[in-house]
Design a protein around this ligand. Sequence first.
Ligand code: SAM
Length: 160
Amino acid sequence: MSRLDVFINRMVSQRACLDHAAAATAHLEGPVFELGLGNGRTYHHMRETMGTRPIFVFERAVAAHPDSTPPDDMLILGDVRTTLPRALKRFGPTVALIHADLGGHNLEKNDAFARLVSPLIEPLLATGGLMVSSDRMYFDRLKEQPLPADAVPGRCFIYG
Ligand code: SAM
C-alpha cells in the first residue's frame, strides 16, 4: 500500500469516525475536545458538522489555517501532559466526545505517547461519551467500539 493510500484511508476514517461519534453523542450536554489542532482540518469539520456544541481545542503551538483557528476562549494552549490534568479539574468527567490526533510520522513515538496520555484522557469522558483516536489507546475501563462502515480498520479507533 502506498503512502498516498495510507493517507487517504486515514482521512476517510477520521471523517467517518468523527461523524459517527458526533451523531452517537449528540444527546449529551458536555463539551467536545479536539486534541491536536495541526492544520485545523478535523477541527473545521467538527465545527461545520456539530452545530453549537462547544469545542475546546488543545494544542501546544497554533499554526492552523486562519479559517480553522479557534477563538481564544476555546483554545487550551500548552502541552496536553499539563493541560489535560488541569482540564479534569475544570470539567470533571463531563466530556461527550474527545478526538485525538496528536501523532506525527514516527509510529513508535506515537504509540509511546498514546500510552502516556491514555490515563489522562480516560477520566474526562462522560458516561455514554466516545473517544476517537488516530492511534490505538491504552485504557483500563473504556472499550474499543465497532467502526462505522466507511472507516478502515487500523487507521482510526473508537472507544467508549
Ligand atoms: N487533526 C489535525 C488536522 O486535521 O489538521 C492534525 C493534527 S497534527 C497530526 C498533530 C498536532 O498535535 C500538532 O499540531 C502538534 O503540535 C499537536 N501536538 C502533538 N503533541 C502535543 C502535545 N504534547 N501537546 C499539545 N499538542 C500536541
